[in-house]
Write a protein that binds this ligand. Structure first.
Ligand code: F6R
Length: 601
């Protein structure tokens, strides 16, 4: 959601800014712009509604050159997508780009108006520029700190001043910014892929710490420490991991990476003696109840985690959507642990829950993909999902990695509590180790999922039904389909259909029915018969044998312990959604209205 790039060095700033912004396109945006400090010292701004190609056309209008600049891709929050609302914004001496939302911008704008400031756009960002300008009397750091102290909400800012031609300043709160360090150059960005082709070395900017970038170098400043040194980190992700690698879309590539990513998630977490998550969780005896919190697919992974943990570890688990949980006055008991699940580690509502947990003294565990992200840093314990950079907006490999980590957590808790016998523990551990190979097997049937997609791509509605773990799985299958193909779709617990939704089943309506557990097979099949009797075209997803006649198509899953089968069962649904979206001409990697990293609430 919005992307920032800033550059100071010896090379052509326009080129680096555009290249960095293109790597951040996955975050979702509807307009883009850059400001470059030209060789004359003047700051030149170009911005445009639409994709980066629109901006590039504008850049063709007048040549702008320089070695210092800032750039932005905007996902509209305050004010429609338009040229004037695009970033950078300029007020007086100050030009800046901003990610996040300033909650008190109306009040601030009104005050600034009484002091003679005028505003061209509808954005909260222009207010920040005016505020910094109001306090700028020669000391850039002081002006930024003073303005930041007055802002309520979230921000990542890259700022330039008219009278400081070689300099870029950056600050963040609740919105990510990383500072890449190359040889004699600095690239500030919202996310590492923006500079991965230039450098792997980077600094993590802390909350309300200022990066002062000058002549290709950087210094860090905060109020307590003053100017200080920071640890230089090295990204383990390589450029290929952040590129399409010959696939037409990131989403397809990421689905195909799942055998490898699941191996990276699972294998390092199981020791040779069969102990799990030893490095990440020294002790689990304090855990009495787990409160899983996340958004979207991360929350869906949590639903599968609940089913597994309750079954094998006998620890009660609640699952909540972060945006609801944070405002719901949750009741906490001693021994509660909040497990936050997030691919990006920057989702605003999930991050807010880590803060709530701190206030209430509740312990937190993060299941996070992006190393060093805000949630990863805020939680007491972090288990990284090791899925590598996920660029497609719709999550696939990060979701299966989240589920795998939850299963590992469940196994560890079960072992520590003695709620699982050694034989069953050994079976599930063996199944976890077999997942990568079995996931590869599922992927070999891609043509079959594509064939089904070509049959059902014209449908108006689609339903996903299952019981228990399969009901949780259906939530994800349905979300995947609707978010990238725009086909209306709903997930239902199969036993719940007759309480209302079955009235929507008419001749030919496609229903994906999932049955991965012996215990629920008969019950699910009887619900499926109810829909097929009303004309539904059933696609049955299972590794189990069931008397035929009630489905039109069957997706046969490989044999594997049913406890971990959901990790395999989602893959055909991901690929089905992908091919439906392709058949419907959708932009699968960047679905309309969606952003990869939802850094505003
Ligand atoms: C759907 C999807 C979203 C995310 C959600 C949480 O495909 O990707 O539903 O799962 O926005 O994002 P993270 O995991 O980054 O907190």
């Amino acid at each position: 959601m919005c992307g920032i790039v800033g550059y100071s060095g010896k090379r052509d700033a326009v080129k680096i800014l555009l290249s960095g912004l293109s790597k951040l396109e996955y975050r979702g945006y509807d307009s883009a712009g850059i400001a470059v400090c030209g060789d004359s010292g003047a700051v030149e701004i170009r911005k445009s509604k639409g994709r980066l190609t629109e901006l590039e056309k504008k850049l063709g209008d007048g040549v702008i050159t320089g070695h210092v600049g800032i750039g932005h891709t905007r996902w509209a929050t305050h004010g429609e997508p338009s040229d004037v609302n695009s970033h950078p914004h300029k007020s007086g001496m100050v030009t800046l780009v901003h990610n996040g939302i300033i909650e008190n911008y109306v009040k601030l704008r009104d005050k600034l108006k009484t002091r003679g400031k005028s505003f061209a756009s509808d954005t909260d960002t222009e207010v920040v520029a005016a505020l910094i300008d109001r306090y700028y009397i020669g000391d850039a750091v002081e002006a930024i700190f003073t303005a930041a102290a007055m802002l309520r909400g979230s921000y990542a800012l890259a700022v330039m001043f008219d009278d400081r031609p070689g300099e870029v300043y950056a600050i963040r709160k609740d919105s990510p910014l990383v500072v890449g360090k190359g040889a004699d150059e600095i690239i500030i960005a919202s996310d590492i892929p923006a500079f991965l082709s230039e450098t792997r070395d980077y600094y993590l900017l802390d909350e309300n710490e200022i990066a002062v970038v000058k002549d290709g170098g950087v210094k860090f400043y905060d109020y307590v420490k003053g100017f200080h040194e920071k640890e230089l980190m090295t990204a383990t992700w390589d450029v290929e991991a952040a590129e399409k690698g010959g696939y037409p879309h990131f989403m397809l590539k990421e689905m195909h990476e799942q055998p490898a990513t699941l191996r990276d998630t699972v294998f390092p977490r199981i020791s040779e003696s069969g102990k799990i998550l030893e490095n990440e969780l020294k002790d689990t005896s304090f855990i009495k109840q787990i409160r899983i919190v996340g958004c979207g697919s991360a929350m869906h992974a949590g639903l599968l985690g609940k089913a597994f943990i309750e079954k094998y570890a006998r620890v009660p688990v609640t699952v909540d959507i972060a945006s609801e949980f944070r405002y719901s006055s949750p009741v906490f008991n001693e021994g509660d642990v909040i497990v936050l699940i997030s691919q990006s580690g920057e989702t605003a509502d999930s991050l807010a829950v880590t803060k709530l947990a701190k206030e209430k003294g509740i312990k937190t565990i993060g299941i996070v993909n992006v190393v060093g992200s805000s949630i990863a840093r805020a939680v007491d314990n972090v288990v990284y999902t090791n899925a590598g950079p996920e660029i497609a907006v719709a999550t696939t490999k990060a979701y299966t990695a989240q589920v795998a980590v939850l299963y590992l957590l469940g196994l560890r808790l079960a072992k520590d509590r003695g709620t699982i016998d050694d034989a069953r523990y050994g079976e599930i551990v063996a199944a976890m180790r077999a997942i990568p190979e079995k996931a590869a097997e599922v992927l070999t049937h891609e043509d079959e999922y594509k064939r089904l997609a070509s049959i059902y791509q014209g449908a108006h509605d689609m339903f996903f039904i299952g019981r228990g773990q399969d009901s949780a799985l259906c939530c994800e299958g349905s979300l995947k389909l609707k978010e990238i193909s725009y086909m209306h779709s709903e997930a239902y617990a199969a036993g719940e259909l007759k309480h209302g939704t079955i009235s929507l089943i008419t001749e030919g309506v496609p229903v994906v029915a999932v049955a991965t557990t012996e215990a629920m097979l008969e019950k699910t099949v009887s619900n499926v018969k109810e829909v097929s009797a009303r004309g539904a075209a059933v696609i049955f997803v299972s590794q189990l044998e069931a008397e035929g006649g009630f489905y039109k198509e069957k997706i046969v899953l490989p044999t594997l312990d049913e406890a971990v089968m959901p990790i395999l069962a989602i893959i055909p649904m991901q690929l089905f959604a992908y091919y439906v979206a392709i058949a419907r001409g959708c932009d699968v990697d960047k679905p309309r209205n969606l952003a990869k990293s939802v850094t505003v609430e």
